[in-house]
Design a protein around this ligand. Structure first.
Ligand SMILES: Cc1cc2nc3c(=O)[nH]c(=O)nc-3n(C[C@H](O)[C@H](O)[C@H](O)COP(=O)(O)OP(=O)(O)OC[C@H]3O[C@@H](n4cnc5c(N)ncnc54)[C@H](O)[C@@H]3O)c2cc1C
Length: 380
């Protein structure tokens, strides 16, 4: 069996490792160059993401990812100001209930990406923008790229994120809705705010502070094992400069709206807007934003994809943000989809299941767990 994956993001790369380990021929095509675009600094990886990494990655890659995560995050803290001091006013368990995060650990996203790309040189082709596909009479799928190149496989997987060209061609009725919600996100070296007492106050837990209409979320990533020593122990083939550059930091996020932010432009402009947004917060929180690395500050669009009816299974399918959006845990769901689809395709390649039945079963589970209201209506 041959599988083409469009998109070398979290989902696509997790799937590629899993398929290769299962002996399935896989090719990943990525629009960006090898350095990619900034995709955020930090990721809260919960049980779904961790399980997918362990199931799909070679053991050394999974160990590298795990060794460099932050400490366990079991609860979310609410911060408040009492007599000019920032204190913890309350805690909420991280249990995934009512929109809360599930327990997990913080991950340095560029490091995870570098680990995911390690030893996939012969699988990932960069600078290859997918444009269209055609399902052929013999059951295979042919795909075309912007440079005129083509490739053919038994299965095409759209792992190409929120703007998915695969989804737009395959499921044109699925809509991405933008209601103007934005999230300004950044990161600050821990050493720059160590004197505030904030890192000791929140430990490894995610925390949130609200003053008037301003809300700020933050979390400290202290690498459990220094990335350089983890690389030596687990994955010497990881050649990226990210390993040497990595240092402990505070990630932070300020929810806002398109209306309030206006046009943001460069990361440095977004960082200036972030400082304006944080103006009413406690001085320690303002310092976190003021001392941030300007070049990793980004304003993200928080879109949503409404539930959609089921579609008949075919050799074309989709995973991750290409088909469902979940602000704050979309990466976990993309990796989870990758694990489930990998299991389905690996089973089909060994003749244990019919290929379309396997893809249909993956899609059914993915829709049911990603769009709970669909399951509720169907009485599942
Ligand atoms: C700043 C930030 C913080 C976040 N924090 C969290 C978090 O804490 N926890 C969490 O779970 N999630 C988080 N998310 C969400 C998470 O990043 C996404 O849900 C996740 O990346 C989706 O993975 P994916 O593989 O589906 O798509 P992506 O990671 O978006 O990858 C899609 C890939 O497809 C490529 N592509 C697109 N079009 C084409 C084309 N035509 N041809 C070829 N390639 C193409 C893109 O270049 C990209 O590399 C965060 C997102 C951001 C930006």
């Amino acid at each position: 069996m041959r599988v083409i994956v469009i998109g070398a993001g979290l989902g696509g790369l997790t799937l590629a490792h899993g398929l290769r380990r299962a002996g399935v021929d896989v090719a990943v095509y990525e629009r960006d160059g090898a350095l990619g675009r900034p995709q955020g600094v930090s990721l809260h990886v919960d049980d779904r993401g961790s399980a997918a990494l362990r199931a799909c990655l070679p053991p050394a890659h999974a160990a590298m990812a795990e060794a460099t995560m932050g400490g366990p995050r079991e609860q979310t803290l609410t911060l408040t100001e009492v007599g000019g001091e920032l204190t913890v006013a309350g805690t909420q368990p991280s249990d995934g209930m009512a929109g809360r995060a599930r327990p997990g650990r913080q991950v340095h996203r560029p490091l995870l990406r570098a680990a995911l790309l390690t030893e996939l040189d012969d699988v990932v082709r960069f600078g290859a923008e997918f444009t269209r596909f055609e399902q052929r009479a013999d059951g295979t799928v042919r795909v075309w790229f912007a440079d005129g190149g083509t490739d053919t496989a038994d299965v095409l997987v759209g792992a190409d994120g929120i703007g998915s060209a695969v989804r737009r061609r395959y499921l044109p009725d699925v809509q991405v809705i933008d209601k103007g919600r934005r999230m300004v996100m950044g990161a600050t070296p821990l050493r720059a705010v160590a004197g505030t007492g904030l890192p000791g106050l929140i430990g490894d837990s995610p925390a949130g502070a609200r003053v008037g209409g301003t809300m700020m979320a933050l979390g400290v990533l202290r690498f459990t094992q220094r990335p350089v020593s983890a690389r030596e122990e687990w994955l010497p083939a990881l050649g990226s400069q990210v390993v040497a550059d990595a240092e402990d930091y505070v990630m932070w996020a300020l929810p806002s709206t398109q209306e309030r932010l206006g046009s943001t432009g460069s990361p440095a402009t977004v960082w200036h807007r972030a400082q304006e947004l944080a103006a009413d917060l406690h001085p320690s929180l303002r310092l976190v934003v003021a001392e941030a690395w300007p070049d990793v500050t980004a304003a993200l669009r928080i879109g949503m994809i409404p539930p959609m009816p089921a579609w008949p299974a075919s050799p074309v399918t989709v995973i991750g943000d290409a088909i469902h959006l979940a602000p704050g845990f979309g990466g976990n769901m993309a990796m989870r989809d990758a694990q489930w689809l990998c299991e389905a395709l690996a089973g089909a390649s060994r003749g244990r299941f019919d290929l379309l039945d396997a893809i249909g079963a993956y899609e059914d589970t993915m829709r049911r767990t990603s769009f709970p209201s669909v399951a509720a209506k169907a009485g599942r």
